[in-house]
Ligand binder design. Structure first.
Ligand SMILES: CC(=O)SCCNC(=O)CCNC(=O)[C@H](O)C(C)(C)COP(=O)(O)OP(=O)(O)OC[C@H]1O[C@@H](n2cnc3c(N)ncnc32)[C@H](O)[C@@H]1OP(=O)(O)O
Length: 183
């Protein structure tokens, strides 16, 4: 298991297990959810993903949490009218004030008992905020299973890449601005 002690800030609240905030949001797709091709609009799925992830982040952090970023939203299969969609979300990783929430989107026909198909995945970062909108510390998530542990380690890799990408782009922009290139 991950050595959480090394990554826990001194002022952090006590740790919370992954299962304490894991949530599933289910919704039947109707004609009002479709795009011009007749399948379900990606934005409709993204709204459900953000809703489920927001509920998880709020539960884990025990207060308001805002979406800071949404990345790696992958649509694996089209979703159709009459599909019962299940959006399963859990906290994969926690920093000082932010949480990565991992989401799996599954779909099954609303009136058939065949197993659901995985139709999408997403990773979102939420920041826990105070009433004034300022970031506040979150409880460290405590992975409970080998799968939770793998997700924790993968989330750390994504965090490292997010920070490195942001830093590299900022450095490029600063360099171009210093050269007088104001684009
Ligand atoms: C539920 C909803 O629908 S909310 C609506 C959509 N979302 C919003 O309106 C949020 C608007 N954005 C904000 O309020 C702010 O930018 C915040 C709160 C997200 C961040 O505020 P900042 O002043 O930049 O705070 P700060 O730099 O300390 O970042 C706070 C944490 O968020 C993380 N973070 C901030 N921006 C990002 C980003 N783009 N990607 C990933 N993580 C981020 C930081 O790494 C930090 O995490 P850590 O404390 O665990 O290391």
């Amino acid at each position: 298991m991950t050595d959480l002690a090394s990554s826990v800030p001194e002022s952090a609240p006590p740790g919370k297990p992954t299962s304490a905030s894991r949530t599933t949001l289910s919704h039947i797709m109707t004609h009002s959810d479709t795009n011009l091709l007749g399948t379900v609009h990606g934005g409709v799925i993204m709204k459900l993903v953000d809703d489920a992830a927001g509920a998880v982040a709020g539960r884990h952090s025990e207060g308001p949490a805002v979406t800071a970023s949404m990345d790696e939203m992958v649509f694996l299969e089209p979703v159709r009218v009459g599909d019962l969609v299940h959006v399963k979300a859990q906290v994969n990783w926690t920093g000082r004030t932010s949480m990565e929430v991992g989401v799996r989107v599954l779909a099954e026909r609303w009136n058939e008992s065949t197993p659901p198909t995985q139709v999408g995945t997403a990773y979102l970062v939420f920041a826990a905020v105070s009433a004034e909108g300022k970031p506040r510390p979150v409880p460290p998530v405590v992975p409970e299973t080998e799968r939770d542990e793998r997700r924790y380690q993968e989330a750390q890799i994504r965090r490292t890449h997010r920070l490195a990408r942001r830093r590299a782009i900022k450095e490029l922009r600063d360099r171009r601005a210093a050269e007088g290139l104001n684009d």
